[in-house]
Write a protein that binds this ligand. Sequence first.
Ligand code: ADP
Length: 268
Amino acid sequence: TKIGIDAGGTLVKTAYRKNETILYQTFSSYNLGDVVSWVYESFENPIICITGGKSQLLSEKLNDSAKTVVEFEATARGIQLLIGEQYESLKTNFLFVNVGTGTSIHHVNDMEQQRVGGTGIGGGTLMGLAYLLTGVEDYARMVQLASNGDRGNTDLKVKDIFEGALPPISGDLTASNFGKRESMIAQYPSASDILAAIIGMIGEVIVTVSSQMAVQYNVDSIVYIGSSFRSNPLLRDIIDEYTRLAGKEPFFLKDGEYSGAVGALLSL
Ligand code: ADP
């Protein structure tokens, strides 16, 4: 059996074919031994291709029997396959933004991909700031708590500054993330509010950087992938809304976080 593996900073994603469908699995990058046991216990003759930042490390644990490929190429290849299945109408000229532990922005034109930028603000920022500000360590718990949060208790909107006067830009835009200092001092926000505000800030920064790249490279569509969207509709909604406000069309690929693993599988 052929297996594609994307060993990232936080999560290891795997993809393999069974009958005509591709099956996916996720492991923690902190227990690469689990990946190795899974491979040897589940498959008789595994043929493996690995990509991602931890590919060297994982390859050594697999006794160097695996092929390795460059991550950006693999991801672009996987994305092309998933887009073909899900958004056939999507043109060949688009950006893809991989919101993983950090965020990486790529331009795809025909079959060529080029990394055009990125930001350290990503899924790892959520994990780290959530822990520092609320003590929550578990990902599922943090996204669940965030879903009940109110950013109105932490974030300053344009209309909060203009206090009833007509602002020159939409009053609903965030003027200052975590900028509602006075009201936070009056009443300390709940863990849910703080978590929602962290996710809001991350989403807004990602769109700000990505949409400017989209202008620079003259593309209308931005495809968002990465495990940071898992069980996190809040992040998705913020990015969806802000991307549209920026005049670009957002796409969220189903199983997009497995693009690298799919690309690795395709290179076998
Ligand atoms: P990488 O390839 O860098 O590991 P991913 O695309 O896998 O990046 O995204 C990692 C991010 O996904 C984490 O920083 C976190 O925000 C989010 N995430 C989703 N599910 C989990 C999970 N079960 N455990 C930890 N992080 C998760």
